[in-house]
Design a protein around this ligand. Structure first.
Ligand SMILES: NC(=O)c1ccc[n+]([C@@H]2O[C@H](COP(=O)([O-])OP(=O)(O)OC[C@H]3O[C@@H](n4cnc5c(N)ncnc54)[C@H](OP(=O)(O)O)[C@@H]3O)[C@@H](O)[C@H]2O)c1
Length: 296
């Protein structure tokens, strides 16, 4: 049976390396991104590895929840028509900003790191369930430990610090991931989080040199913080993609769910906040409110 995978933000950086890893493992890979030239180069690179099935590109700006809905509709309809299972969904999209910005009135890092992947996942659940055994891999980050942990609103009160807001959105997504794993237990759909560690990519290039991204307390230690960031994001994207590829393919994970695959590709314990029922419930409420399955 043909095995298919969708990798969001799969045309460059960690997502492209993930797509290359999945193609090497025999998957027919769909990469999602915006830039068509970049996408053509990515598909060319994947197909140059001589995969069993050619890769393809689907264009979608995943910062728009309507575009997410349209993408899910298209993928779902294609699988329904072909009868081929959707074996793996890798939600690799993520973003961090030095300056606060909004997307349709909602803080952008919450949209890109949580609401968008949440919505795509929920809308593809019928497809993933009917094609089970299947896997969902949500890309997380070590930044969750620096997150403000209150989820009674999209944003906590106070000034905007991009690294902490990014970590908080990733924490919301991790809480969702573990909650979803429990929800889907017994359906044949396994749900994993994958921590890439760090890599020099579009996302880290520049943003992590700006002291504005951390709280005033950490800014006092900026030379040290900056060195730590530089060290932790100096590696290649190919290494950072290993946790997602393992989460998506490793046979020792068959039948397992709700695991966080660490940067060294082994399961690691999630931070306790990610399994706190108050956090899980609050994230579920925010997700349903700000990313309804059907457009308002
Ligand atoms: N890099 C790190 O050190 C690090 C550390 C921990 C976790 N992570 C996580 O790992 C994942 C990948 O990170 P990365 O550093 O590889 O990111 P990246 O360099 O920003 O990823 C670039 C990819 O994202 C696509 N993309 C960006 N915005 C998009 C949008 N609105 N809609 C569709 N595609 C979009 C780009 O396609 P276009 O060019 O077509 O827009 C390109 O394919 C993220 O979830 C990130 O949070 C990264």
């Amino acid at each position: 049976m043909k095995r298919t995978a969708v990798v969001t933000a799969g045309t460059a950086s960690i997502g492209l390396e993930t797509a290359l890893g999945l193609a090497a493992a025999g998957f027919s890979v769909t990469v999602v991104g915006r830039d068509t030239d970049r996408a053509a180069r990515a598909v060319g690179r994947i197909n140059a590895t001589d995969p069993a099935h050619p890769a393809r590109f689907l264009s979608a700006d995943l910062s728009s929840l309507d575009a997410v809905r349209a993408l899910a509709d298209r993928i779902g309809a294609e699988h329904a028509a072909s009868g081929e299972p959707l074996t793996v969904l890798v939600n690799n999209l993520g973003a961090m900003f030095a300056d606060r910005r909004e997307l349709s009135g909602v803080e952008a890092s919450f949209v890109l790191n949580h609401l968008s992947p949440y919505l795509l996942t929920e809308l593809l659940l019928p497809t993933l369930t009917s094609g089970a055994p299947s896997r969902i891999v949500n890309v997380t980050s070590g930044a969750v430990v620096a997150a403000k942990r209150v989820f009674d609103a999209v944003e906590p009160p106070g000034g905007y610090y991009g690294f902490h807001w990014y970590g908080r959105a990733k924490l919301a997504n991790l809480a969702y991931t573990l909650d979803l794993a429990a929800r889907l237990d017994g359906t044949g759909v396994s749900v994993f989080a994958a921590d890439p560690g760090g890599a020099a990519t579009d996302m880290t290039d520049g943003t992590m040199n700006d002291p504005k991204i951390v709280s005033p307390g950490l800014r006092l230690l900026w030379p040290l913080v900056r060195r730590t960031f530089a060290r932790s994001t100096s590696g290649p994207a190919s290494t950072a993609a290993r946790s997602s590829v393992i989460a998506a393919t490793d046979s020792t994970l068959t039948g397992r769910t709700g695991l966080v695959i660490g940067a060294d590709t082994r399961p690691v314990a999630p931070p306790r906040t990610a399994t706190d029922p108050r956090v899980t419930d609050a994230v579920r409420r925010l997700s349903e409110q700000y990313a309804p399955l059907v457009s308002a």
